[in-house]
Design a protein around this ligand. Structure first.
Ligand code: 4NP
Length: 156
């Protein structure tokens, strides 16, 4: 479960990029990928038009309706992958006692500036969305390698 603030920019893009990579590598039966936001501002909305535009630019299918992070997501997801420290702070506020999800920042899996935030492109211009795509693309590949190794996944 990818987590950002509004679930219309970073996390739906990360979901779309990772879903495409999972399908390409033959792990669709083993790995479920979703996304949500900690805020309720955009529930039910499609991704921001700039998110859709950058996904189309890089030939990544994207089709999502924004949803808000729920306490139960900590139980039904193995991993909550947040975009920045503020997402982590917000998420932890609704963490239930029986949580099983491990919480990481997406850029914990980055090969550049490991551990830093995925900058929120919402207030910026389209360059920010391009940068966001490159960041989530790099990190999603590394995260998928991590999952395959850790869980001994074998592709179909
Ligand atoms: P996201 O970006 O968390 O990457 O989806 C944002 C989207 C909307 C808002 C903030 C960030 N907002 O304030 O509505």
């Amino acid at each position: 479960m990818f987590v950002c603030l509004g679930n219309i920019c970073r996390s739906p893009l990360a979901e779309a990029v990772l879903a495409q990579r999972i399908a390409e590598m033959g792990f669709s039966a083993e790995i479920r990928v979703e996304s949500c936001g900690t805020a309720a501002y955009h529930i039910g909305e499609s991704p921001d038009p700039r998110t859709i535009a950058v996904a189309e630019k890089y030939n990544v299918p994207i089709n999502h309706h924004a949803q808000q992070l729920k306490s139960s997501d900590f139980v039904t997801s193995d991993y909550l992958i947040v975009m920045d420290d503020s997402n982590a702070d917000n998420a932890v506020k609704i963490k239930p006692k029986d949580a099983i999800a491990l919480v990481y920042k997406l850029r914990d899996f980055d090969t550049e500036d490991e551990g830093s935030d995925v900058a929120d492109p919402w207030f910026g211009d389209t360059d920010g969305f391009d940068e966001c795509y490159h960041t989530v693309n790099r990190c999603s590949s590394e995260f998928l390698h991590f999952l395959v190794k850790k869980h001994n996944l074998v592709s179909a």
